[in-house]
Design a protein around this ligand. Structure first.
Ligand SMILES: Nc1ncnc2c1ncn2[C@@H]1O[C@H](COP(=O)(O)OP(=O)(O)OP(=O)(O)O)[C@@H](O)[C@H]1O
Ligand SMILES: [Mg+2]
Length: 379
């Protein structure tokens, strides 16, 4: 049984990348029909030949398929009339005015939460190394350590002694490591006052601060989040603050992970955050003599990907250099790029960026956005 309210909520999470507002708010959703497990959506783009058409279509399909009961999504694309375009402009203008506040993350930044159904599976190691591999492809990448108290990113990236600084208007400037823009509670907690203030914050509030009070560069292509293990609080907060966020799930090869799959699916559903893919970590160990030992079982990544109806983006073997690199602040993709683990991480990064290509900043509505921003500045 598919509920219209859930369909509407899912559609409201599709952001027009250029206008930075959701397609429902922008009046682009013209009609929704539910017929059993099939949902048909009619969408009016600003212009029919919009270069972002495929991207918007894909996002709609992905977000609707995350709604329980939805099997098929059909999309009819049309174009807006002149009057509709004018109305959209007006909404975009209002939105740009209101938008000054919510977060400092640019709507064109792809937000990817690296999550898992249980702890200790390698979220932190993978999010750091994935971020580096994506940066290695030539993209501008940020890494937010959303594990507020269990932070491990500073150690993994060798940012031990560094502390974040305040910039203009009291905004926090991210630290830089191997070209990444990095923020973590571990880079804040020197003086007692800050520590106390942060300790008093709820986890979701802390995340909110990181998204609001950090001067995230406006040209970031990707922002990866190393998510904490456990409850979905931080996931929910993230989905609320950055509706464009998507999830990559890390799992071990253990097959008896049905419960984990259910937990992840539930988390995704409650937050309306689509899962874009699964990465299997600790996928066996290959000894120097070439023999392969599947220490933590096998098949878990594939099984979870199948259960969730998404791609397996990669399988990263057990490699002591991942752990050593993490302890020494010398990430494996930087110091041992030819190791099997680094190659597997780079492959997963490639799969991720082809599924979620950076959002082009010149498209059908870019000019509209510019005008809207200028109008908003004028009040
Ligand atoms: N592919 C790998 N090969 C060898 N060791 C690994 C690999 N991946 C992760 N590790 C090690 O496993 C341990 C757990 O990894 P990590 O801290 O990244 O997991 P996590 O999911 O972030 O944990 P938590 O849930 O506590 O945040 C670390 O010591 C890390 O160095
Ligand atoms: Mg971690």
């Amino acid at each position: 049984m598919v509920h219209m309210t859930e369909i509407e909520a899912a559609l409201a999470r599709v952001i027009d990348p250029e206008l930075g507002a959701d397609i429902v708010d922008l009046g682009m959703v013209k009609n929704v029909q539910i017929d059993g497990g099939t949902v048909t959506v009619k969408i009016a783009l600003t212009i029919a030949a919009c270069p972002l058409r495929n991207q918007i279509e894909n996002e709609v399909v992905r977000k609707l398929k995350a709604v329980p009961g939805v099997i098929d999504v059909e999309i009819e694309i049309g174009a807006m009339t002149q009057a509709e375009r004018t109305a959209l402009m007006e909404r975009a203008r209002l939105r740009a005015r209101e938008q000054a506040e919510p977060t400092m993350v640019h709507p064109n930044t792809r937000v990817v939460a690296v999550s898992s159904g249980k702890g200790g599976v390698g979220k932190s190691s993978l999010s750091a190394n994935l971020a580096l591999a994506i940066a290695g492809q030539g993209h501008r990448v940020g890494l937010l350590d959303a594990d507020i108290w269990g932070f491990s990113i500073p150690r993994i990236l060798g940012l031990g002694g560094e502390r974040l600084e305040a910039g203009a208007e009291g905004k926090i400037i991210p630290a830089e490591s191997h070209g990444l823009q990095v923020v973590s509670t571990g880079l804040l907690l020197d003086d007692e006052d800050t520590a106390l203030m942060w300790r008093g914050l709820m986890l979701s509030k802390a995340l909110e601060q990181f998204l609001r009070d950090v001067a995230w560069p406006q040209d970031l292509d990707y922002l990866l989040l190393d998510m904490p293990p456990g409850t979905g609080d931080v996931q929910m907060a993230l989905a609320r603050l950055l509706p464009q966020a998507e999830m990559v799930v890390v799992t071990t090869p253990q097959l008896a992970a049905q419960k984990v799959a259910a937990r992840v699916a539930d988390m995704a559903r409650r937050s309306h955050m689509p899962v874009i893919g699964v990465i299997e970590n600790m996928s066996g160990f290959t000894a120097p003599d070439g023999r392969h030992y599947p220490l933590f079982g096998s098949g878990g990544g594939n099984a979870l990907a199948e259960d969730l109806g998404v791609e397996l983006l990669g399988a990263v073997p057990i490699d002591p250099r991942v752990a050593e690199g993490g302890d020494a602040g010398s990430p494996v993709v930087v110091v041992e790029p030819d190791s099997a683990a680094a190659v597997a991480i780079a492959t997963a990064a490639k799969a991720l960026t082809s599924l979620l290509p950076p959002i082009a900043d010149d498209g059908c509505s870019a000019r509209l956005t510019l005008v809207a921003e200028q109008l908003a500045k004028m009040g």
